[in-house]
Design a protein around this ligand. Sequence first.
Ligand code: GCO
Ligand code: MG
Length: 413
Amino acid sequence: MKIRSADVNVTSPGRNFVTLRITTDDGLTGLGDATLNGRELAVRSYLADHVVPLLTGRDAGRIEDTWQYLYRGGYWRRGPVTMAAIAAVDTALWDIKAKAAGMPLYQLLGGRSRRGALAYGHASGQDIPELLDSVRAHLADGFQAVRIQSGVPGLGPVYGVAAGTGSGGTRYDYEPARRSADGPALPVEETWDTRAYLRHLPRVFDAVRQEFGPELPLLHDGHHRMTPIQAARLGRDLEPYDLFWLEDATPSEDQAAWRLIRGHTTTPLATGEVFNSAYDYTTLISERLIDYVRSAVTHTGGITAMRKLLDLAALYGIKSGLHGPTDVSPVGMAAALHLDLAIHNFGIQEYMRHDPRTLEVFRTSYTFQDGLLHPGETPGLGVELDDEAAARFPYTPAYLPVNRLRDGTVHDW
Ligand code: GCO
Ligand code: MG
């Protein structure tokens, strides 16, 4: 079975997505997600201008060889653009292989290890009462784990907190990037004060535990905003509230910094959504500095690379917590779900539900029931792209926000 053609689709049903479709000479198609939030056209060009010409005529069944060919053959390694492009090819080839076998992809990955993947949703509020309402709405929708983010007294809008009624009438799913169609074309700028945040967050957790009790798994995203010693203090202050994890406590690329955090707190730690290679994790995993791997299949070289990374983590007792924001497309989400079902060291899956317009363009077979996600039994990934629907939503430039301290200094967000 040879690759006949490959096409890159860019569409914006509520937000931008980049999707690769590979077609074989016997008419099978496979999809791969290559969405890189705020930098979509760079990946489109990498794929269309540099990768697609290499694919035509290749054996569609040689997934490992194609991965190595694109990774080693390109000479320039790693980086989010390269690895998102490789991920799209890899995922599309797995989709084709599973369709050819007539099986849902998780069967080719070893079959299921569990009934479904425990998912966490994003509860948030500008203040504590609003957050409590949002947690309640998530529980009513069947979530059995929630991430909680809150506004900070004295600060304006904070990234990760829904700003108003979201798409589809829901209030709890914020959209990471602002599109020029919905507001200013340039990045929104937010103001940040870490000391105010550190004072407020334990109160937030206290209120949520008082209202919902000790059982509910609670997560929190620190969004790389703290120094290692601030993160250590926060981890310690939150210990009474028994977090499932504290995510991105400090900028993740400084792997050695996590030794300091780990040395001070027993709050479980997660990181990796901005990583794109297993090499980004070598210190974190081999020294057991984290508890959960947060990468996205879409940004880390696809199913082939993610499986190796998760197997490495498993050797050190570290679990998965794959990235699943709205900027991972339904194709990338499905890829994560097949892995979640198959691997032994599954931890939890992030689930920020997509806009209804997105789900008009991407027809999915995955399900969410009793707090668990399941990829479905359709052969392949179980996601199809409706080209006509996609064409109704042309690309719209979008930027992620920028964060500044009160004195104007650019800060992590
Ligand atoms: C998360 C995230 C996202 C990212 C977004 C950036 O934990 O889900 O931090 O909201 O900010 O994916 O594109
Ligand atoms: Mg995050």
